[in-house]
Design a binder for this molecule. Structure first.
Ligand code: SAM
Length: 230
């Protein structure tokens, strides 16, 4: 039986632990005509690990606008593609949205397999309410960063941010300025890996922790919504 009937299939890939690839993901990667990949070396290594060999097509932030129509034309002509990013679910803070949108416009069937993504485990282990949440992904690195944060000042849902280790301390500092010292939060790093760790506490405590301990690895920061302070 086919693992998917769709022509374009988004395939989530492990965020650290290679065992997190699903059986269906493997099956789809085996079935498709080609794999559209954010970094062909990274996806090539994954395919090799799975014992598969497929044509790879490079598709990343710097060429997606140029490549998208060409890929859609090939899909319309009958080819089937898997789309994979370096880690996690494509289109979640990764390339993919543009291709999905244009494929849908052209009448191509699109499916996304369920699978690894960093924000779900981080949100769940934060211990903060996860019945409603706002996924914010990466804040703009420079221009518009403060404006985006200010717009969240009164957000009542739990908020989820992606951050690189070298900007973590700055982010925590900015969060204390906007949300206050006592707002509860968590920072998860190395999810699914050997040194997975989640630090929980007030924003003030988190900022102090990462001043004493240099941030290492990739982070998901989860911040309680405004109402949860009561
Ligand atoms: N598409 C991915 C997903 O579905 O989560 C996100 C890709 S984005 C370019 C990379 C960011 O995701 C990192 O900077 C970090 O914030 C988060 N991330 C990815 N893997 C992680 C991990 N193993 N532990 C903690 N955060 C991770």
């Amino acid at each position: 039986m086919s693992a998917s009937k769709a022509r374009l299939i988004l395939v989530p890939t492990p965020i650290g632990n290679l065992d997190d690839i699903t059986l269906r993901a493997r099956h789809v990667l085996e079935e498709v005509d080609a794999v559209v990949a954010e970094d062909t070396r990274v996806t090539g290594r994954l395919l090799q690990h799975l014992g598969l060999s497929k044509p790879l097509i490079s598709f990343h932030v710097n060429n997606e606008h140029r490549m998208v129509q060409q890929l859609v034309q090939r899909l319309v002509a009958g080819e089937r593609f898997a789309l994979a990013s370096d880690a996690g679910t494509p289109a979640i803070s990764d390339p993919g949205f543009l291709l999905v949108r244009e494929a849908i416009k052209a009448g191509v069937s699109v499916e996304c397999l369920p699978g690894p993504t960093a924000f779900v485990p981080a949100l769940v282990v934060s211990g903060l309410p996860c019945d409603r949440f706002a996924f914010e992904g990466f804040l703009p690195p420079k221009k518009g960063r403060r404006t985006r944060l200010e717009a969240l000042r009164n957000e009542e849902r739990t908020m989820v941010f992606y951050e690189s280790p070298h900007r973590l301390q700055r982010a925590l500092q900015e969060f204390t300025e906007v949300f206050g010292d006592e707002r509860q939060a968590s920072a998860s790093r190395e999810l699914s890996k050997l040194h997975e760790e989640t630090v929980r506490g007030s924003l003030h405590e988190l900022a102090a922790h990462f001043t004493a301990h240099e941030p290492r690895g990739e982070f998901v920061i989860v911040v309680a919504g405004k109402q949860e302070e009561r």
